[in-house]
Design a protein around this ligand. Structure first.
Ligand code: SAH
Length: 386
């Protein structure tokens, strides 16, 4: 017997099942308006109005959209919602760092972290994937298999949730708490570049969330062929998770190095557009006791970065349950930093933030697992019979 399920149920969607417009890019909003039957020109105009209400004012219902005709408002209300994905957990650290666990769908959960007093005022660290494929040996997220890429809308939703929590609507230009975005949460952003680029378009849009591209940083473990493309498509700042100064060690602790070695990585970095004094590459270097923290390696690091406009971030290793490393001693980190200081790199140590709530670099992980095809079919069947 052949069973066919129609899971779309678009026509009789009630608000509870309707899709949210929150976090949608301008082209996606326009496409939704066209799908409602509006002519392209009208659809473009309505999309712009919606963008302003949703991403500048942060509204979560349609009733306040005074410049949208009543009839259309009613249709929008029937068809869409403006709510964010569910917050499954929210924690605040002793140092003011906040962590949200967001449920993007059943069993699809990812983390975002707000860190006050970094960047211009405060930075939000967003996830681009649930889980990760890279398996860096010191990273907690690396112990979680990839569940799936986040959509552009889901990436933007993390920013909306933080703005809600910080009470930062409408978008203001002064005294913002959230001024910077770093793609340093779960996942490898360059393995999800289309969605990351679309999300950056939405986050940086001056008529919406308005966080400028220069204040958005994307961190990669070294997907070399995508690095120049990231720059051309997004204009974002680049961060590289370097962690080792020779291929032997990097092959071991950042296994993607076996595919793209240091030479390929640095060729790609040098091809990043617009590098200069006002646009430097951030090199992240985790301090692992007895592994990569010798003074000889500090000197190698200086040599390796020669000619690349750079900043260095030494990250004291953040332990997680079962982690196989220890953090370098403080004195070792300081002498390592001193070598870098003498070579002209200012304040290279990143203070760990939010360690008590497992919100620091490399501590993020969720319980989400990828479902098998059979599990998905079973779920679809039971949803169809409810
Ligand atoms: N996949 C991207 C995004 C993650 S960014 C990337 O690798 O760049 C998070 C940063 O924290 C990376 O530099 C990562 O290498 C670093 N990191 C991972 N685990 C860590 C840990 N336990 N302690 C300190 N830093 C860690």
């Amino acid at each position: 017997m052949k069973i066919e399920l129609d899971l779309s149920r678009r026509a009789d969607a009630t608000p509870a099942q309707a899709r949210s417009l929150a976090g949608m890019s301008l082209p996606a909003l326009k496409a939704e308006m066209e799908a409602l039957g509006l002519e392209p020109k009208k659809a473009g105009m309505r999309a712009k109005q919606l963008r302003r209400w949703i991403h500048h004012f942060g509204v979560q219902d349609f009733s306040g959209m005074t410049d949208v005709a009543k009839e259309l408002r009613a249709r929008l209300e029937e068809t869409f919602i403006l709510t964010r994905p569910e917050i499954a957990d929210h924690q605040v650290s002793r140092d003011g760092t906040q962590k949200w666990l967001t449920r993007f769908g059943p069993g699809i959960e990812g983390e975002s972290v707000f860190i006050p007093d970094v960047g211009k005022a405060g930075a939000l660290c967003v996830s681009s994937q649930v889980g990760c494929t890279l398996n860096c040996t010191f990273c907690h997220t690396g112990t979680q298999k990839l569940v799936r890429n986040l959509t552009a809308q889901e990436i933007v939703a993390q920013v909306l949730i933080a703005r809600d929590g910080l009470g930062e609507w409408p978008t203001s230009t002064e005294n913002r708490k959230l001024t910077n975005i770093v793609f340093m949460g779960m996942g490898e952003p360059l393995y999800n570049l289309d969605n990351v680029a679309e999300a950056i378009d939405t986050i940086s849009d001056g008529d919406g969330i308005a966080i400028g591209r220069r204040r958005i940083t994307v961190s990669t473990a070294g997907v070399a062929p995508k690095i120049p493309e990231l720059g051309h498509r997004t204009n974002a700042a680049l961060a590289i998770s370097l962690h080792a100064t020779n291929d032997d060690l990097r092959n071991e602790i950042v296994p993607i190095n076996r595919k793209y070695d240091l030479q390929m990585l640095f060729e790609a970095i040098r091809a990043y557009p617009d590098l200069g004094n006002s646009k430097r590459v951030t090199f992240e270097y985790v301090m692992l006791k007895g592994i990569n923290d010798s003074l000889a390696e500090a000197r190698d690091l200086v040599r390796l970065l020669k000619g690349v406009p750079s900043k260095i971030n030494l990250i004291p290793f953040n332990p997680w349950p079962g982690s196989p490393y220890e953090c370098s001693d403080w004195a070792t980190i300081e002498s390592f930093a001193e070598v870098l200081n003498r070579a002209g790199y200012a304040s290279p140590i990143r203070t760990p933030r939010g360690r008590d709530i497992l919100a620091a670099c490399g501590q993020l992980r969720s319980e989400s697992v990828k479902k098998s095809a059979a599990e998905k079919r079973r779920e679809a069947l039971s949803a169809g019979t409810e």
